[in-house]
Design a protein around this ligand. Structure first.
Ligand code: DNO
Length: 358
């Protein structure tokens, strides 16, 4: 596996590339042009500028997270073709600078959703929390909560300009069932995957987070069966997965190691995160150590290791430690993600040694 770190870019992240260089084992930076909204053109100079920053510090720029998909593509409007053309243009440009994997999602309107960004844990740290009862029929109250909580940082998928048009967005999704959303995803994939094959860029869809429908919106990547159906929409290795243990994990029916063993050859990017699920279905993000939550991170890594996984991995969200929440993106502090890397590499190294009989 190739260990990576998600970095939001110069001036847009409290963590610098020099900080990241000091975390053992990180070979790649997961990046994006974070000011681009879905459907916007990515200019070559902007791409090169960020790639040069990354490579000048000795990192690989092979993974982009995300190139966001315009709502018109998800809804299936006639204007989708124009946005798919722009997406294809971006795939080609990214291929030319050495990008191998593009992470994206196909969640209507919202990206990942939490009800509290800084919920205190018993040890005094705090983390992202999801309280089922807070998700009511009123998405606007939810949006306000998230935007207030995020402070100066814009959360991916929760950009204030998009959120201002919430009523229109909800209206345009009326009548979009799971089946229609899946057809629209197929349409998108049928156009882009041949380009990905020609340009050697693998697409890696991110699962729905949380793995159930919210505000009545359809969600189609949230279980083993959904993944199987998704991979069959276009049966090419270039149509693959970002397998996120923390997104699928809150549904305890999702057996992560089993999903990895079944689909490992289509997983191009692994997000590894642990969540603790409470009896009432609420959940909180906890440290990567398996015992602290419901995701058995050892078994997750073993499933990858047994299958000789060569893809990219990143510690997904972490808790906020030692007061860093005052100055970091929610879920994207330095310390807990670095600790998570050391835990994961510790497991991986010992699995390596065992394999060669040491
Ligand atoms: C959460 C991330 C997601 C992910 C998108 C992919 O922190 O894992 O926001 O980047 O869903 O498009």
């Amino acid at each position: 596996m190739e260990m990576t770190w998600r970095w939001y870019g110069e001036g847009n992240d409290s963590i610098t590339l020099d900080h990241i260089r000091q975390i053992p084992g990180v070979s790649g930076i997961v990046w994006s042009l974070h000011d681009k909204v879905a459907g916007e053109v990515w200019e070559e100079e902007r791409i090169k500028e960020v790639v040069n920053q990354i490579t000048s510090k000795g990192f690989s720029p092979a993974v982009v997270e995300s190139v966001n998909v315009h709502d018109d593509i998800k809804i299936g409007l006639p204007s989708r073709d124009k946005y798919i053309d722009i997406y294809i243009d971006t795939i080609k440009k990214l291929s030319r600078v050495g990008v191998k994997v593009i992470c994206y999602n196909f969640m209507p309107i919202f990206d990942w959703t939490r009800t509290e960004l800084y919920k205190e844990l018993p040890d005094g740290s705090n983390a992202l929390f999801y309280e089922k009862n807070v998700i009511t029929d009123d998405p606007k109250a939810m949006v306000q909560r998230i935007l207030d909580g995020a402070g100066d940082f814009t959360m991916p998928g929760w950009e204030p300009e998009r959120m201002a048009k919430l009523d229109d967005l909800f209206k345009s999704y009326e009548g979009i069932t799971e089946e229609k959303l899946s057809d629209n995803l197929k349409y998108f994939l049928e156009r882009i995957i041949p380009v990905c094959e020609a340009y050697d860029v693998k697409m890696a869809i991110h699962p729905d987070d949380p793995p159930w429908s919210i505000f009545g919106l359809p969600r189609i990547i949230r279980s083993r069966d959904h993944i199987k159906k998704f991979l069959e929409l276009v049966d090419s290795p270039y149509n693959g997965l970002t397998l996120c243990s923390g997104s699928l994990g809150p549904n305890l029916m999702n057996d992560m190691p089993a999903i990895i063993r079944e689909f490992h050859d289509r997983i191009h990017f692994a997000h590894i995160r642990n969540v603790k699920v409470f009896e009432n279905g609420d959940f909180i993000e906890v440290s990567h150590r398996g015992q602290e939550g419901n995701v058995d991170v050892y078994e997750v890594l073993k499933a990858y290791h047994d299958n000789d996984f060569k893809g990219y991995v990143r510690p997904d969200h972490g808790r906020h430690l030692w007061g860093e929440e005052k100055n970091c993106r929610p879920g994207y502090g330095l310390y807990d993600r670095a600790l998570g890397i050391m835990y994961m590499l510790g497991i991986w190294d010992s699995l390596d040694k065992r394999k060669i009989g040491k």
